[in-house]
Design a protein around this ligand. Structure first.
Ligand code: DGI
Ligand code: FE
Ligand code: FE
Length: 193
């Protein structure tokens, strides 16, 4: 599917404010891809589709989780997590995306995962820091992103985990794994300096 058709179809799936967020994630993902050496076209494609299922009714997402063999564990955690793996299924089936790197960047854009790929990181970080985002700490994430993809993303996960802790919510294991892994990678990189 060409870029324009894809954009029009995704736009129709969401309110205008979420579409504006999507445009911000596209722009930021391309910038970050160029800065850190990821594939900018793949980053943009993943960004277009990353929140495609965000406004689907939970019953529709739950059906996809059950029928497409997505991890059933998701159903025991915050529903906010569901649109990412569901979005990857929709990107493949309804938008003809076959590239596993793009699909995984969509799938893990909320939770993160251990051993995140460069593309996973770029899309996840772009989602945190696109120009429309305004939450405590976002400026620091943008500053860190000038120099370190891993440090900026770690600050993003720290912010989300802090938010979840403050609300007394459960934390999805992949988010903890993603954060632990980033800390290890950052420490290893420091040892070589
Ligand atoms: O879809 P967006 O709003 O653009 O951003 P997102 O896909 O990163 O969704 C973030 C929401 O998911 C945020 O409000 C926190 C919520 N959430 C709930 N449980 C978890 C979680 N996020 C992560 N990373 N890990 C969780 O366990
Ligand atoms: Fe999202
Ligand atoms: Fe998003």
């Amino acid at each position: 599917m060409n870029r324009e058709t894809m954009m029009e179809r995704v736009r129709a799936e969401m309110p205008e404010k979420r579409w504006i967020h999507t445009l911000g994630v596209m722009e930021t993902a391309v910038q970050l891809a160029e800065r850190f050496g990821a594939d900018a076209e793949k980053a943009e494609r993943a960004a277009i589709l990353h929140d495609v299922a965000k406004y689907w009714p939970t019953s529709r997402m739950e059906l996809i989780i059950r029928e497409k063999g997505l991890p059933g564990e998701l159903l025991l955690y915050d529903k906010e997590l569901w649109h990412a793996p569901v979005g990857a299924v929709v990107a493949e089936s309804d938008y003809g995306v076959a590239d596993i790197e793009v699909l995984d960047a969509i799938r893990y854009h909320t939770s993160g995962r251990e051993q995140m790929t460069l593309l996973d990181k770029v899309v996840c970080l772009a989602d945190y820091m696109e120009p429309g985002r305004a939450f405590p700490g976002v400026e620091r994430i943008r500053e860190l992103a000038e120099v370190s993809l891993d440090e900026a993303l770690l600050a993003g996960f720290d912010s989300t985990i802090g938010f979840l802790l403050a609300k007394g919510k459960r934390i999805f294991p992949l988010t903890v794994a993603a954060r632990n892994d980033l800390i290890l990678k950052i420490r290893e990189a420091e040892q070589w300096q």
